[in-house]
Design a protein around this ligand. Structure first.
Ligand SMILES: Nc1ncnc2c1ncn2[C@@H]1O[C@H](COP(=O)(O)OP(=O)(O)O)[C@@H](O)[C@H]1O
Ligand SMILES: [Mg+2]
Length: 281
């Protein structure tokens, strides 16, 4: 059984206008079906406005689609009892693009990371602190960051804190919605390295939502291309992206090949571990 199954999902947002019936229906997702296997990363590529974030929200259980089903670990996330929904929420986490607006500016790193633990686990104060310290270290930060506030971190460091919070409950699936898109190239590479390491260490699965083909390539196992709300391509092996004859995919491919003529030879960096190289980013 697949970890996540999305079945024939359709969604349009309600028009806010008074004369709704005069508005053409804004269909954002059309008949979307795909699945994600345990321990794998699906990259979801698409241009701005393609419907990627809406699909992410549908999967996270925060945007009920007008039609279709989302099955997570075999349970329909919109039609299961409260107890199951609570368990599913624990196993399904998210990291958004904007690291600063994802956190409460008045909370210390310790409080930000321990929030999910407080909701789901009964730990003593010292157990909780030990756990938060080990999470900080796991994402390349340290105990001395415990009492810092969001404004005292760089964007990359704060994204590490968001990642620490997302992995604190050992979830099964993390939705990464443009999570590295606003970071500079070097920081982006380090965060991608970290995400790959965590995926392997914890057996995590990711839905990696992005408009960035290189980022998608460096982390994904399978790839989907969303265009105007339709999943126009789905490759079980990401390499098929390069042989696709689909005109939209060709256009995407051309845009990066023009920008980076040597991209054909692009491979994820190996060798230096994330922990070794991330301390000052
Ligand atoms: N809450 C909302 N209400 C109405 N329209 C929305 C809402 N969120 C997104 N949209 C519209 O849905 C379309 C897809 O948006 P989104 O899912 O954010 O795309 P992407 O993440 O691929 O850029 C856009 O046309 C956007 O304006
Ligand atoms: Mg988006």
């Amino acid at each position: 059984m697949s970890l996540l199954q999305v079945k024939e999902v359709n969604h349009s947002y309600d028009s806010k206008k008074l004369f709704k019936w005069k508005e053409p229906l804004n269909k954002v997702l059309s008949n979307i079906s795909f699945s994600i296997e345990e321990g794998t990363c699906l990259g979801l590529l698409g241009t701005s406005g393609a419907g990627k974030s809406t699909l992410g929200k549908v999967i996270l259980g925060i945007q009920r689609p007008q039609q279709g089903q989302v099955l997570f670990q075999g349970y329909d996330i919109y039609n299961s009892d409260k107890h199951t929904q609570r368990k599913l929420r624990r196993d399904l986490q998210v990291v958004f693009q904007d690291s600063y607006s994802s956190v409460n500016p008045r909370m210390t790193a310790e409080r930000i990371i321990s929030e999910p633990l407080e909701n789901y686990e009964k730990l003593s104060i010292s157990e909780k602190r030990r756990k938060v310290i080990s999470l900080l270290e796991r994402v390349g930060l340290s105990e001395k960051d415990l009492k810092k506030y969001p404004h005292q971190f760089s964007g990359g460091q704060l994204q590490r804190i968001n990642i620490a919070r997302a992995i604190s409950l050992k979830p099964k699936l993390i939705v990464l919605d443009e999570s590295v898109s606003s970071l500079d190239m070097v920081t982006q590479r380090l965060i991608l390295d970290l995400l790959r390491e965590l995926k392997d260490d914890f057996g995590l699965s990711y839905l990696f939502i992005t408009h960035d083909i290189k980022a998608a390539f460096s982390i994904s196992d399978s790839l989907g291309v969303l265009e105007k709300g339709e999943l126009i391509e789905f490759y079980h092996s990401k390499d098929h992206f390069f042989s696709s004859e689909n005109p939209v995919v060709k256009q995407m491919r051309n845009s990066i090949l023009v920008e980076h003529p040597r991209f054909r030879h692009f491979r994820p960096r190996s060798g230096v571990t994330n922990k070794e190289s991330c301390q000052n980013i």
